[in-house]
Ligand binder design. Structure first.
Ligand code: AMP
Length: 190
């Protein structure tokens, strides 16, 4: 299956991604992770990306697209993949559609992990990461709302969107995700 997981920072994407890759047995393609690996390797891409990431801003589309295109060409993606943190802008989504279409593929479904803003802030205060200071975190939420939320409409129009209530127990949330996967599979076989 080819699945996209979309959610604001702090929605619990990491936890659910782990469960999803275990269930679907597909590679987990997290652009945030790929970028952090580039930074660790001190590559040109990493150095370029770091300036944006430190501020909680999005890295330029061209840099991310180049990375994702290369990754999708690897053999392990043939059986499917789970995209996490990509696409994050409408141009990224349109480029992904083009990229897949050229390979006669499409996305089976898009999972939106939905969590209210006050809960995201509460969770952020309870954990800590370098880009988690309150100002940077608020910036990441604002960017999500401005740049990434429009993708929900984009995929809803393609009848691919499933909105998952991201509140509560991780097992319950995963239960809701499994129901949505069942629907994606039924839609694909129609
Ligand atoms: P994440 O681990 O998905 O929260 O991503 C961490 C940071 O990496 C984000 O705040 C962005 O600066 C950058 N990033 C990750 N994915 C993308 C993307 N698809 N487009 C632009 N920037 C990204």
């Amino acid at each position: 299956m080819r699945i996209i997981l979309i959610g604001p920072p702090g929605a619990g994407k990491g936890t659910q991604c782990q469960r999803l890759v275990d269930l679907l047995r597909v590679p987990h393609l997290s652009t945030g992770e790929m970028l952090r690996a580039e930074i660790r390797a001190r590559s040109t891409e990493g150095l370029q990306a770091n300036r944006f990431m430190e501020l909680g801003q999005l890295v330029p589309d061209t840099l991310v697209l180049g990375m994702v295109t290369k990754r999708l060409e690897l053999a392990d993606c043939r059986a499917g993949f789970l995209l996490d943190g990509f696409p994050r802008t409408l141009p990224q989504a349109a480029s992904l559609d083009d990229l897949l279409e050229r390979r006669a593929m499409n996305v089976d479904g898009v999972l939106e992990l939905s969590v209210p803003r006050d809960e995201l802030v509460r969770r952020m205060l309870a954990r800590r990461r370098a880009d988690d200071n309150p100002e940077v975190f608020s910036n990441r939420i604002a960017i999500f709302e401005a740049q990434t939320a429009p993708l929900l409409e984009y995929y809803a129009r393609q009848e691919k969107l499933a909105t998952i209530d991201g509140l509560g127990d991780a097992d319950d949330i995963f239960g809701r995700i499994k129901i949505a996967l069942g629907k994606f599979a039924r839609d694909a076989s129609r």
